[in-house]
Design a protein around this ligand. Structure first.
Ligand code: ATP
Length: 267
C-alpha cells in the first residue's frame, strides 16, 4: 500500500519478530539507542558503523527486523528493492541512488533499506557492464558520505553475500555484517508465537511440540507464517462447510485448533 522508495514509519513491532534477539541487541546498540539519545553517543565521541548487511537464507526475517528497528526508533523507513531500482530507472539508476540518499537525509532519522542489495553491488567486472559499474560507484560515493548524513542508517539485505563487491563491505560502508539464520527448533516456536499472536488459538494447539517435529526442521520464518495461515484457512473452511441449520443457531466464535494445524502440516 505504501509507495516504494518513499518514507513512512513501519508498523512492524518487535513482538512481530520471532527469535533473533541477538540481532535486536545489536541494532539497539547501533541504531535505536543512538537515535533516541544522540547526545550520549556524541559525548563519548564514538565512531560507530551506520551501514549494515543482513545476510542469510530467504524468508528468515531480514526485512521484518529492519522495519522493526525503524518502528522502535521512531524513524522513517525507505524500502528499495535492488532489482527494481535497476530495471525501473535504466540508465538513470545512479541518479535514482542520489535521489534516495537525499530523500533519506531530508527525513532523518531514517533507515534506508536495500533489499536484494546484490543486484546493485555485484562484483565489478562480472556481468552488468558499464552501467552496473557506474551504479555501484555511485552507491559507494553515497555510502562514504556517512558524515554528511547524520541520522541516516543504511541496511542492505542479501541471500548471496558472496557475489557482493568487497568494496561495499568496507568499514564505513555496509561495514557491519549480521547473519540472519534459519530458526532453530526453539526459535521456530517463537516465530509461530509471533505470527499467531493476534489469532484465536485453541488450548489444544501446542506450538512448542509442533516446532520440534522433524517435518519442521528446515522451515524458514516465512514457511512457518504460511503454516499458521493455512491452519487459519482450515478453520475458516470448516466453518463454511457446516450445514446451514448449525450456523444459523448460536454463533460460535472461530477458533484455530490442533486438527487445523494437522491439516496445514499435511499441506
Ligand atoms: P528475503 O530474503 O526473501 O527477502 P527476508 O529474510 O527479508 O526474506 P522477510 O521478508 O522478513 O524475510 O520475511 C517474510 C515473512 O516471513 C515475514 O513477513 C513474516 O511473515 C515471516 N517471517 C520471517 N521470519 C520471521 C521471524 N523471525 N519472525 C516472524 N515472522 C517471520
Amino acid at each position: 500500500t505504501r509507495r516504494e522508495g518513499f518514507s513512512s514509519i513501519p508498523d512492524v513491532r518487535w513482538e512481530d519478530v520471532g527469535g533473533l534477539s541477538s540481532l535486536r541487541n545489536e541494532f539497539d546498540r547501533y541504531i535505536v539507542n543512538r537515535i533516541k539519545n544522540p547526545e550520549d553517543y556524541e559525548e563519548l565521541g564514538m565512531n560507530l558503523e551506520t551501514g549494515f548487511l543482513l545476510y542469510g537464507p530467504p524468508g528468515c526475517g531480514k526485512t521484518l527486523i529492519a522495519k522493526a528497528v525503524a518502528n522502535e526508533a521512531g524513524a522513517n523507513f525507505i524500502h528499495i528493492k535492488g532489482p527494481e531500482l535497476l530495471s525501473k530507472y535504466v540508465g538513470e539508476s545512479e541518479l535514482a541512488v542520489r535521489i534516495l540518499f537525499n530523500r533519506a537525509r531530508a527525513c532523518s532519522p531514517c533507515i534506508l533499506f536495500f533489499d536484494e542489495v546484490d543486484a546493485l553491488a555485484t562484483k565489478r567486472g562480472t556481468d552488468g557492464g558499464q552501467a552496473a559499474e557506474r551504479l555501484l560507484n555511485q552507491l559507494l560515493i553515497e555510502l562514504d558520505g556517512a558524515d554528511q548524513r547524520k541520522g541516516v542508517y543504511v541496511i542492505g539485505a542479501t541471500n548471496r553475500p558472496e557475489v557482493l563487491d568487497k568494496a561495499v563491505l568496507r568499514p564505513g560502508r555496509l561495514g557491519k555484517l549480521l547473519y540472519v539464520p534459519l530458526p532453530s527448533a526453539k526459535e521456530r516456536e517463537l516465530v509461530l508465537r509471533a505470527v499467531s499472536r493476534k489469532m484465536p488459538l485453541s488450548t489444544d494447539v501446542d506450538l512448542g511440540a509442533l516446532s520440534q517435529r522433524e517435518a519442521c526442521n528446515n522451515l524458514s520464518g516465512a514457511d512457518l507464517a504460511s503454516l499458521v495461515n493455512e491452519a487459519a484457512m482450515a478453520a475458516l473452511e470448516e466453518k463454511l462447510q457446516l450445514p446451514k441449520a448449525v450456523t444459523t443457531g448460536e454463533k460460535k466464535p472461530l477458533v484455530i485448533n490442533a486438527s487445523h494445524f494437522e491439516n496445514a502440516m499435511s499441506k
